[in-house]
Design a protein around this ligand. Structure first.
Ligand code: G16
Length: 543
């Protein structure tokens, strides 16, 4: 088998976003596109000679072909070993766990997460470091620099690897180990949660509906919920991963998981509903007639995670992304542990987790996780909820009501305007930025702006600074609106507007969030001139 060196030249548009590089699948399939980016990852991390890499993806269209190419390039680059999920499948949290458990030098995860899959939809590739977490900003910058200078890549001339055959095989000098993608992860979950208590809950007739959205968590959820915990067959819906996710958008929110929302709001609703996304790191939690916002889910965990064996010793601290509501902060302050506010992107939690400063992390974008891996983890969140429900004997609705009564309710919503013309979105943000100094004191929609700034983060562990991380408006009365452009879309720009209002009046905890936030929504629209600049009269997605 010979190593071929292929001449190439930089391809524009290979700047990684919030979580790796995401593009239309057809773009990834263009000549040299995947190869250029893979070579840039290898070069950006100082080469792969003698290294062990974990490789897997969410099974979307092009997953297996791309893994074949990456394996031949890793072999050409001198990697010692690649650990690959059978069929090329690994959920993002399972990949993170494997990197850590096997002491690997890093991993390549193929996914565009919650974005739809298929030849005309989205594909993505990201590098995770030896701690199992997404590449830090500095590594990402190095990779990006390499994409702008790449002149050639190396690839082994060889037959494609059989990704379905468990066991080891050789590719040139490199060893490939094909493993079951579920086993290690399922065992880890068994160490964190009281499986007996959750089993007993199921035996008592507690019913769960888990929507795997034809994405990666199907096999994991079937193994853990149905086989190990004894939930009835059929608990896991849409459990077979499909290359196009069955034509659905594998994003676990009330819009894209509407079928589950309908079940949970029906007369015969199960006790607990949950969904996970394309690569298994996001989660949606729904009780009977009770949607739990991701920010509230993090706050519940901050309050009650100690009820699960893995967290019985208490929490070091909790971190949330800046746009996430402050509900978890209120728990941390009441209980006396640390809380942190980071930019959007799981990579920003890595240092705090590695340094032992936090145990739990969460984001409004349907992500919660803990120090057990360095990614957010959809099934982990489902199991922690089930563990808490089993120990307390309460329903989701009762737990939420107790929580709001004790800590107050941070009414919260995110409004997304998708596929906005990029120049229009940039202008909107720039115009807002230019007015930050003038806005305090102005009144709009009956609300007075009390403060306005752009979020900048100083990492307390490595001292690095990340600026330009979202524009914040604060209103008298404790309300907040945040504006930022998504770093995960593939078409135009997605404007995200995050809206929050704290309510502590016990008689006002049951409003619909859109009603409770009506004034802030109106003020945000007027101040940012959303309708006039974009021509949109309503958001495309409300979470
Ligand atoms: C990724 C990141 C998250 C981030 C989310 C949304 O999630 O890992 O940290 O919150 O994107 O980012 P943005 O608002 O820039 O679109 P995932 O699940 O897509 O990998």
């Amino acid at each position: 088998m010979t190593v071929k060196t292929i001449e190439t030249s930089p391809i524009a548009g290979q700047k990684p976003g919030t979580s790796g590089l995401r593009k239309k699948t057809r773009v990834f399939m263009e000549p040299h596109f995947l190869e250029n980016y893979t070579q840039s990852i290898f070069d950006g991390i100082g080469g792969v000679v003698g290294k062990t890499l974990v490789i897997g993806g969410d099974g979307r269209f092009f997953n297996d072909t791309a893994i074949g190419i990456i394996l031949r390039m890793a072999a050409a680059g001198g990697a010692a070993r690649c650990i690959v999920g059978q069929g090329g499948l690994l959920s993002t949290p399972a990949a993170s766990h494997l990197i850590r458990k096997r002491g690997a030098d890093g991993g390549l995860i193929l996914s565009a997460s919650h974005n739809p899959g298929g030849i005309d939809e989205d594909f993505g590739l990201k590098y995770n470091g030896p701690n199992g977490g997404p590449a830090t900003e500095s590594v990402t910058e190095k990779i990006y620099a390499c994409t702008r200078n790449v002149t050639s890549y190396q690839i082994l001339e060889a037959e494609n690897v059989d990704l379905d055959r468990i066991g080891t095989q050789s590719l040139g000098e490199m060893t490939i180990e094909i493993i079951d993608p579920v086993t290690d992860y399922a065992e880890l979950m068994g160490t964190l949660f009281d499986f007996n208590a959750i089993s007993a809950l199921f035996q008592g007739g507690f019913r769960v509906a888990f929507d795997a959205m034809h994405a990666i968590t199907g096999p994991y959820a079937r193994e853990i919920l149905e086989r190990r915990l004894g939930a009835p067959a059929g608990t896991v819906m849409n459990g077979t991963p499909l290359p196009d996710f069955g034509g659905r958008h594998p994003d676990p929110n009330p819009v894209w998981a509407k079928a589950l929302m309908d079940i949970m709001h029906s007369d015969d609703a199960p006790d607990f509903g949950a969904a996970s996304d394309g690569d298994g790191d996001r989660n949606m939690i729904v009780g009977r007639n009770c949607y739990v916002s991701p920010s509230d889910s993090l706050a519940i965990f901050a309050d009650l995670a100690h009820l699960a064996a893995g967290y019985a010793g208490g929490l070091a601290g909790v971190a949330r992304s800046m746009p996430t509501s402050a509900a978890a902060d209120r728990v941390a302050m009441a209980k006396g542990f640390a809380h942190f506010e980071t930019p959007t992107g799981w990579k920003f939690f890595g240092n705090l987790l590695d340094d032992g400063q936090v145990t739990l992390c969460g984001e409004e974008s349907a992500g919660t996780g803990s120090s057990h891996v360095r990614e957010k983890d959809g099934l982990w969140a489902v199991l922690l909820w089930l563990n808490i429900l089993a120990v307390t004997g309460k329903s989701v609705t009762e737990l939420m009501r107790d929580h709001w009564t004790r800590y107050g309710r941070n009414y919260y919503s995110r409004h997304d305007y998708e596929a906005v013309d990029s120049a229009v979105a940039d202008d909107l943000m720039q115009a807002l930025r230019a007015r930050l100094g003038d806005l305090p004191g102005t009144s709009v929609a009956g609300l007075t702006v009390s403060g306005a700034d752009e979020f900048s983060y100083l990492d307390p562990v490595d001292g690095s600074t990340s600026s330009g991380q979202g524009i914040r408006l604060y209103f008298d009365g404790g309300g907040r609106a945040v504006f930022r452009l998504s770093g995960t879309g593939t078409v135009g720009a997605t404007l995200r507007v995050y809206l929050e209002q704290l309510e502590t009046d016990a008689g006002a905890l049951d409003h619909h969030p859109q009603e409770a936030l009506a004034s802030i929504i109106a003020a945000a629209d007027t101040i940012a001139e959303i309708s006039t600049r974009t021509g949109r009269t309503a958001p495309d997605v409300i979470t």
